[in-house]
Design a protein around this ligand. Structure first.
Ligand code: ADP
Ligand code: ZN
Length: 517
């Protein structure tokens, strides 16, 4: 759907669709009747808000909760979308403004409380304003047997018939009876296009590994899968070229792909990848839209993706045929620093930056997870799962240790040096390494000097990375590399809350037994 990806980014500020969203958006924008069942928190509102922008005319949104409607309207307006609500909670000015925008033909989304539909005038008004789509949030409220039954929802079917426009219904309730009732009451028994996806892709093996020497780690991963089609995602254009060359030099069929290439060259790579067997494409995230290949056997991330959504979308390109596929994501403190600074230096308004940090935190939480990755990943998208037996942490549960004392020592080193230094210098202080820089600044006289001699430098690096991953410390956007403590670290510093860390010092090889070549 042209334009959808651009709107997703520019209006909603998201870098990738969540599982299921893209297909739903496409169907709704095309004007099909849709029933979409997604878990709570899965991102349903985007599935009608984005199509509303792609379609002419007004999208009417019916939603049972006034507070929720007002929230959505506020967020849309902040993003520059003309949206309004007609609810009993409105002030007169608000209602007048909505009418103004409607009369002026500017309004794109009109939220209406279901009880409004009971008033005869509403129907006439909706007929006049050029409605092109009805979206029904919490569609299970139409079910008389459910506990959320709203009698006014029964009028929605009537509204659809009167306006004769497509209807998209959304709910998190998946049982068959409720579905049948929704179809009966909202769609007059005509089965709409129905989306009920679990988000799980059980054939995809999930794995993360701390970055050590990324090129070698990716080369090892690829070597164990020689002759299979795969994608390596890199954080920069230059890196794609270097890595593709290294792969070719060691006998792989590989090429690079990034947004800086001529359109013609990019299309050529896409065509080759789709038709050839066993090609490796080393790419930036620009690679993906034109890719339609069911038998991609592996996806590796040489650098940490932007968010948990981007991660899911990128690994999701593997194994569409349902046959086993493998993934590996490398991550390290530099990635975290880079992703944080991209957010901080971006032009997005403060709330959006906060949300971006949150989505990055979710990915870091997944990277540093101590138990089943799939459970963590699906949990983020609102889906429950049991340990999968098909991720690196299920294969080999990580050794953990009580990290409370080392973390407290590290935090205290950060505070005693006034949050002005990066991990390298802090580790020098902790391990009692009296470098010139340490001595010049008198840090060899701090009480924290040498208190961390019991751990190796390498372990300390892991501790700092995990502290960043748990969002206990963040790089200071004003001071390159310097780490600042976050609020989340306070209870640990005060010894009110323990923290468990992974003892991943032995990371020099990918943890999984290599697949057959
Ligand atoms: P639901 O209605 O399904 O419970 P929402 O529409 O309220 O879920 O979305 C839940 C959260 O997910 C919101 O904070 C929203 O901003 C976020 N979200 C939705 N789509 C995306 C996406 N593609 N990328 C990142 N975050 C998203
Ligand atoms: Zn698992």
């Amino acid at each position: 759907m042209p334009g959808a990806a651009t709107l997703l980014r520019d209006v909603f500020g998201f870098d990738a669709f969540r599982p299921g969203q893209e297909d739903i958006v496409t169907a709704v924008a095309r004007g099909e009747n849709v029933l979409a069942i997604m878990p709570t928190g899965g991102g349903k509102s985007l599935c009608f808000q984005l199509p509303a922008l792609l379609r002419d005319g007004v999208t009417v949104v019916i939603s049972p909760l006034i507070a929720l409607m007002r929230d959505q309207v506020r967020a849309l307006r902040e993003a520059g979308v003309e949206a309004g609500a007609l609810t009993s909670g409105n002030t007169e000015e608000e209602t007048a403004a909505v009418w103004d925008a409607l009369e002026g033909g500017r309004l794109k989304l009109l939220y209406i409380a279901p009880e409004r539909l009971a008033a005869g005038s509403a129907m006439g008004m909706l007929r006049r304003i050029g409605v092109s789509l009805i979206a029904v949030d919490e569609a299970h409220c139409v079910s008389q047997w459910g506990h959320d039954f709203r009698p006014d929802y029964l009028r929605i079917g009537e509204l659809r018939r009167a306006l004769d426009v497509p209807l998209a219904a959304f709910t998190a309730t998946a049982d068959a009876e409720t579905q049948a009732e929704i179809i009966e009451k909202l769609f007059d028994g005509q089965t709409p296009q129905t989306f009920l996806h679990g988000f799980d892709r059980p054939n995809i093996h999930l794995a993360f590994t701390p970055k050590e020497s990324p090129r070698r780690q990716i080369m090892d991963f690829a070597a164990a899968r020689k002759g299979q089609s795969g994608i390596v995602y890199c954080g920069s254009r230059a890196k794609t070229e270097g890595l593709a060359k290294a792969l070719c030099d060691s006998g792989h069929n590989a090429c690079h792909y990034h947004g800086g290439m001529e359109a013609e060259d990019r299309r050529a790579v896409e065509a080759r990848f789709n038709s050839e067997d066993g090609l490796i494409v080393v790419a930036t995230v620009a690679f993906g839209m034109g890719v339609d290949k069911p038998d991609i056997r592996w996806v590796a991330h040489a650098d940490l993706p932007k968010s948990i959504e981007a991660y899911y979308q990128e690994i999701g390109r593997a194994g569409r045929d349902g046959a086993p596929a493998e993934t590996l994501t490398l991550f390290g403190p530099d990635d975290i620093r880079l992703r944080r600074s991209q957010i901080d230096e971006g032009l997005a308004p403060p709330e959006r930056r906060m949300a971006d940090h949150g989505r990055l935190n979710a990915l870091l939480g997944l990277a540093e997870a101590l138990e089943c990755r799939r459970t963590t990943l699906l949990g983020y998208f609102g889906e429950q799962a049991t340990p999968c037996g098909h991720c690196d942490l299920c294969d080999t549960p990580p050794e953990t240790f009580d990290g409370t004392q080392p973390v407290r020592k590290a935090l205290s080193a950060i505070l005693r040096t006034e949050e002005r230094f990066g991990a390298g210098h802090l580790i020098d202080i902790l391990t009692g390494n009296a470098t010139d820089k340490v001595r010049e600044r008198g840090h060899d006289t701090l009480p924290t000097f040498g208190v961390g001699r019991d751990l190796e430098r390498r372990t300390w690096q892991g501790v700092f990375r995990q502290m960043m991953g748990h969002d206990l410390v963040r790089p200071d956007p004003e001071r390159h590399g310097a780490l600042r403590m976050t609020e989340a670290a306070r209870p640990i510093l005060r010894d009110e809350q323990p923290i468990t860390l992974r003892r991943d010092t032995l990371v020099s090889k990918t943890r999984r037994p290599a697949a057959k070549a």
